[in-house]
Write a protein that binds this ligand. Sequence first.
Ligand code: 13P
Length: 253
Amino acid sequence: MPVPDLVIAANWKMNILPSEAGDFAERILNGLQVVHGVTKIVCPASLALPTVAERLKGSEVYLGAQNVHHESKGAYTGEVSPSMVREMCEYVILGHSERRQQFGETDEMVAKKITAAIRVGLKPILCIGETLSEREAGDATVVVQRQVRTALREVPSLNDVVVAYEPVWAIGTGVPSSPADAQQMMEFIRGLMQEDFGRSALDLPLLYGGSVDANNVAGFIAQPDINGALVGSAGLDAERFIDLVKNAYAASG
Ligand code: 13P
């Protein structure tokens, strides 16, 4: 059976100034130079992308943005286009729950962004996940199914797509999902993708996100359908992030 890559991505969110980001990225790079066999991605705020891109050039640490607009250019004040991001980045996080909840992004908007990103050669990291009330109502799988299927509706293949399951109740709370519960959802997601895309779903990297840190990452990576992590706060400390990546690699066997 094909085994997807191990992927660890850090979402810096609206943290780390452009003036700090280059040195910070270089510390991560230095600490991770010895760790091969993991696709390592850092996702700074847009304004820090050029500096970090410069420092990471030619390295094994990839760069991702946190959002793009779906149009290629035009009168969209405050937005960045996929091709602008593509000049610096390989990846882009799309559909993060913070964008859905605080900036009104719908499944339809996320689908357009995914299509636009792929068109310019960006690899999307699609975020999906249920809220606490949706989980308590027994709707977690219904929500996740709707999110993933709508977002990938126009996508011809799963090549270069990464899916991150981030239950909203686990983000920034210090209370992660249990590895077993996360695995159950990942198996469900992979099953859906297999129905839609066939055997290529076996290669799809599925990341868990939500209060992942250096101490708990191994438990997630040990699960058969979890191929990595999307990390928030534990990615804001270079040493902790380096340890997290090393522990993930060790757990991947
Ligand atoms: P935390 O790791 O801080 O919970 O954030 C997760 C996240 O939202 C990554 O995209």
